[in-house]
Design a protein around this ligand. Structure first.
Ligand SMILES: NC(=O)C1=CN([C@@H]2O[C@H](COP(=O)(O)OP(=O)(O)OC[C@H]3O[C@@H](n4cnc5c(N)ncnc54)[C@H](OP(=O)(O)O)[C@@H]3O)[C@@H](O)[C@H]2O)C=CC1
Ligand SMILES: C[C@H]1O[C@H](OP(=O)(O)OP(=O)(O)OC[C@H]2O[C@@H](n3cnc4c(=O)[nH]c(N)nc43)[C@H](O)[C@@H]2O)[C@@H](O)[C@@H](O)C1=O
Length: 349
């Protein structure tokens, strides 16, 4: 194993949580996960967080990332920047999902090594790295044991490469790079795009707008049969800090809630939380994706971490955040769309 930079190793005895004045680069701090990590670190008393929006630092640019690391010399890196989206975004933009993610993670991991200042780096994969028909619950050992789910194979291949990248830099250069595999996430600051988001923000938005419009029904994609496991992003942030502090090894670590729910039951729960009274109809033309992906999170549980936020409680809190922070814009957008539709319908043909 190669030896890593002396600066990174100088105080190697101290743990992440006892190093709260250290410079921590939270990449992707504007997103769902990065913002939750930032909140968690601030609440724990970290005083030197390093953050950049994409407009200030494009992580797909190798020269920009190299220059940034050489100038800033962070001691810790949490890589929560990525090209992310739901099942339709993954299918519609395969080139972006594979190329952007390969570039971002390669640039950041390599620059972290070259800077010589980084004592630990945490990479984030996703439960979609596992084969479509993996054993349930899915153990870490199921990686690369079968074919992937076609709708998100491009993203999954990039994320698998990210796990291997961390392993390779650990083995060859002694970089303490670890990988966490979160299950499907939700919470404040999620992406609420109508078509490109994940299921939970999409449904919160759709049911909310339908409630305001007193619509008779809401369309939900697929058959409703797939099972998914959801974890609140504040629980994930807690787990990531836990791993930064306690975990240093080659193998990746699953982070899930252990609870799964069908998309049908989830849609009914969201309808209930939002207070929509109409009916749910299913759009079978949309893909179901993988039938089931419950992760086996016994490895992190054995280390002493467990989630705290039940799905219904997390949904109530996320819906409140959505109403207070994003819903008004979506409502005015949907009203102007329906006005322009009714104007164009009333135009003589
Ligand atoms: N959401 C989920 O359900 C799951 C997410 N994950 C993983 O968690 C991580 C974070 O995901 P999530 O928070 O949901 O994603 P978001 O889309 O909410 O946030 C992604 C962040 O990455 C930043 N980013 C994207 N491209 C670039 C770029 N070229 N240069 C600089 N910054 C960039 C964005 O910056 P900006 O805001 O400036 O555009 C944004 O802050 C990802 O690795 C993802 O794979 C894993 C499992 C499930
Ligand atoms: C986290 C994970 O997220 C993605 O995989 P996914 O789990 O399939 O994510 P999803 O949230 O988009 O869908 C979950 C289920 O829900 C159904 N569904 C119903 N109605 C809507 C709906 O309105 N929007 C969406 N997106 N899905 C809907 C949808 O048909 C599917 O059956 C990966 O591509 C990849 O990005 C990844 O790692």
């Amino acid at each position: 194993m190669g030896s890593h930079g002396s600066e990174a190793g100088a105080e190697a005895g101290s743990s992440f949580l006892s190093d709260k004045s250290a410079k921590v680069f939270v990449a992707g701090h504007g997103g769902l996960v990065g913002s939750a990590v930032q909140r968690r670190l601030v609440s724990l008393g970290f005083t030197n967080l390093l953050v950049r929006r994409r407009s200030e630092l494009d992580l797909t640019s190798q020269p920009a990332v190299d220059a940034f690391f050489l100038l800033e010399r962070p001691r810790y890196v949490i890589l929560a920047a990525a090209k992310v989206g739901g099942i339709v975004a993954n299918s519609a933009l395969p080139a972006d999902f594979i190329a952007d993610n390969l570039l971002i993670q390669t640039n950041v991991v390599r620059a972290a090594h070259l800077a010589g200042s980084v004592r630990k780096l945490l990479f984030l994969g996703s439960s979609c790295i596992y084969p479509k028909f993996a054993p349930q619950p899915i153990p870490e050992s199921a990686l690369l044991s079968g074919p992937l789910e076609p709708t998100n194979q491009w993203y999954a291949v990039a994320k698998i490469a990210g796990v291997k990248l961390c392993q390779a830099f650990r083995l060859q250069h002694g970089l303490d790079a670890v990988s966490a595999m979160p299950t499907n996430l939700y919470g404040p600051r999620d992406n609420f795009h109508p078509d490109h988001s994940h299921v939970l923000p999409a449904l919160l938005r759709r049911f909310h707008l339908a409630k305001l419009a007193a619509a008779p029904r809401v369309v939900v994609w697929g058959s409703g049969a797939p099972l998914r496991e959801f974890l609140h992003v504040d629980d994930l942030a807690d787990a990531l800090v836990f791993l930064m502090d306690r975990y240093s090894d080659l193998d990746h670590v699953n982070v899930g809630s252990g609870a799964e729910i069908s998309i049908r039951d989830l849609a009914e729960m969201v309808r209930d939380v939002v207070g929509f009274r109409g009916e749910i109809v299913w759009d079978a033309s949309k893909p179901d994706g993988t039938p089931r992906k419950l992760m086996d999170s016994s490895k992190i549980a054995a280390m002493g971490w467990k989630p705290k936020i039940a799905l219904r409680d997390g949904l109530v809190e996320t819906y409140k955040w959505y109403v207070e922070n994003a819903a008004a814009d979506h409502h005015s957008q949907s009203q102007s769309q329906s006005q322009s539709q009714s104007q164009s319908q009333s135009q003589p043909q």
